[in-house]
Design a protein around this ligand. Structure first.
Ligand code: MG
Length: 239
């Protein structure tokens, strides 16, 4: 499989700093294996930025060709963020999401995920969310306690139930075969809180290249308010 990708991050229109991190930081192409990820840090002051930075650094330490599994990469990142807090108590409470894909040369996507960043697949014009948000509102929806509409206005809609850096964590994993023409999106919640799935699908399906698509998504998040940092990775898979 051949992959071509572009990545971008923007502070947004409200926040002073950017606490998101991504990997890789530049556009590129290869026939795989390839590793790509987004992380959204939290913890106030500069701690969120430190947490997401550690997570992507540690998760990408082993080369994409290394046999280490995607969930092991996320668990290593979890331990490293925890170690950083243990070494410097002023960082207590910092944490980060991490959504990571490894794309193999034979066209398999290996996903590992913790938190409320997301991975999507656009296939044959249809958008499918590959990850589950680890949020309180999402758990309330699955329990039938609130509706998706109510979740959008829930006072605790930003509360994350799983995060790296705060102790043992369950990692969601998924493996799937990619098809020629698939487009994959990884993004932080700065995009998904500002732009609906309908809007994301329109932009991904507009037929633009990966780089133009990355910046169109970020621009839409900022035009809609840009209340958070927005980080986006777009990958095209071609046979
Ligand atoms: Mg965010």
């Amino acid at each position: 499989m051949n992959y071509v990708w572009s990545t971008g991050t923007h502070v947004g229109r409200v926040r002073e700093g950017n606490e998101d991190s991504l990997f890789p930081e530049s556009s590129g192409s290869s026939s795989g294996p390839e590793l790509l990820m987004v992380a959204d840090g939290m913890g106030g002051a500069v701690a969120g930025e430190i947490a997401s930075g550690i997570a992507v650094k540690v998760a990408s330490e082993a080369d994409a060709s290394d046999p280490i599994s995607s969930d092991e990469r996320v668990l290593k990142a979890n331990a490293a963020v925890g170690d950083a807090v243990a070494a410097d108590p002023s960082l207590a409470g910092m944490g980060t999401t991490l959504t990571l894909v490894k794309l193999t040369d034979d066209g398999v996507l290996n996903l590992a995920h913790v938190g409320d960043s997301r991975a999507y697949l656009l296939r044959d014009g249809e958008l499918r969310q590959l990850t589950t948000d680890h949020t309180l509102v999402n758990e309330l929806i699955s329990l039938g306690r609130i509706t998706p509409d109510e979740a959008e206005h829930h006072p605790h809609r930003h509360l994350i139930t799983r995060v790296l850096g705060l102790g043992p964590v369950g990692v969601d994993t998924m493996k799937m075969d990619l098809a020629d023409g698939d487009r994959i999106l990884l993004c932080s919640d700065g995009l998904t809180t500002m732009v609906s799935d309908f809007g994301i699908r329109e932009i991904l399906a507009a037929g633009e290249g990966v780089e133009a698509t990355v910046w169109a998504l970020i621009e839409h998040a900022n035009v809609a308010g840009g209340v958070d940092n927005t980080t986006v990775v777009v990958i095209d898979a071609r046979k």
